[in-house]
Design a protein around this ligand. Sequence first.
Ligand code: B12
Ligand code: SF4
Length: 418
Amino acid sequence: MDVALINTNRYLAPPVIPVGLEYLVAPLEAHGHRVTICDLAFSENPEDDLVSFLDGSPAGLIGFSVRNVDTAHFMGNRFFLDEISSLVRAAEEHTGLPTVAGGASSLCSAEALREYLGVELLVAGPGEKAFPAVVDALSLGEQPAAVTDGWAAGIYPGLSHPRGRLLDYGPYLEGGNPAGLEFRKGCNWECLFCVERARPILTRDVPAVVREARSLVEAGCREAFICDSEVNLDLEDTNRFLDALANEALGLKWTGYFRPVPFDERMARLASASGCNSLTLSVNSWDLSCGESRYGTRDVKRFCRLCAEAGVKVAIDLLAGYPGENHGSVETALEVLSGVEASTVGVNPYLRLYETVPAGLDAAVGSSGSLLGETRDNPSMLKPVYYSGIDAEWLRGVLSTDDRFVLETGGTVNYERI
Ligand code: B12
Ligand code: SF4
């Protein structure tokens, strides 16, 4: 079957190569399907461009990649689903073809997201195996389930995805933006407000990822973003991967998200040797102040010290004000962070709630903080709704004493400030 894949992500702060779509191409081709990609990221007239693309590329099925529901910012939030559902409608009216959606937005919601977008089918999670299976079924005249669980279907660990073949990387790479490169999917922690929590860890074979890193360099990329939920999900596999990347000596710089543990001197050295100049460390004030979590002050200090010794700069993302916290616990967390070797600390006091983080919602509702945003007639929480446990004006005042600390208001991502 001919499959038309549409990149609907038009948010450009910063522009992000639709790596998720690229990861569908080889698996679909291996199942005998033909793929074209319509990239609307830089389009000035997306609906018209989509319709003329569909006129020029006859297809049997249209797949929409939906990366973001919204910017998740409290201030100046941008909500993307209305524009995307208009694109879906335009494509359906013009072609009458079946429509399928997928993408990282499915971490936030599944069936409600499918309904909001107006697509027939949705793949929730990884598409490498699940999407070709859906296309196979449609080719045979079968009706797949409305929502397919991509996490259960899994990935092809040994596959090295061809990069930059069906996409023009040119406009993305201007200004030195990194290209996404994935080693692992999933996360084994369950942080209260995180949609990435408690997902199976799906690990790719190291040689396949390293080959793909080389193909990124060949496609003109000088920087990569290792777009795993957290790069350091463990010590052993992470160090094996970084060691292989360092040995390849590709000259590719990279960055990524880390959590405070596990981390050791070897990982800091291998990160540096494999091209990492800076990284983002994610922490929250509850874990830093309560003294009984998976990590504490000592771990964060050690992480930052090992990075500094290895010549890797650290940008910290701090989520502040969990249910049950008070000014005192947030001050404790800020005090810890003011003593670590970090280049910048972005502090976010608004926790975006989602349908897929019900534990967080229950805690939020039963606590002394407030629910803000679209609090009515929004059970799916697709429209932006937040928990706020700490007064932002008070926080702004406290932060003003150290110019490395920034109250996150939107518009940049933390690592861009390094
Ligand atoms: C890495 C990352 C970043 C990096 C990206 C770097 C880069 N150059 O690629 C940076 C730091 C720049 C970034 C920025 C932002 N991010 Co971000 N990011 C991620 C992260 C950790 C990984 C995304 C990724 O690339 N994954 C790897 C690819 C291979 O997987 P994938 O895209 O999911 O694709 C797979 C499936 O989804 C599926 N699939 C994809 N498309 C399709 C299409 C069809 C038809 C089908 C069937 C399947 C399918 O198959 C693919 C292969 O398995 C995710 C969380 C996560 N773990 O997913 C957050 C995440 C997507 N980001 C998020 C957000 C909010 C943002 C920002 C808006 C933040 C901000 N306010 O600035 C910006 C948006 C930037 C932009 N232009 O879009 C949120 C989205 C939540 C929401 N409300 O919508 C997430 C979920 C994080 C979170 N915990 O909230 N991000
Ligand atoms: S914040 Fe990080 S460690 Fe915690 S669940 Fe999310 S991705 Fe995993």
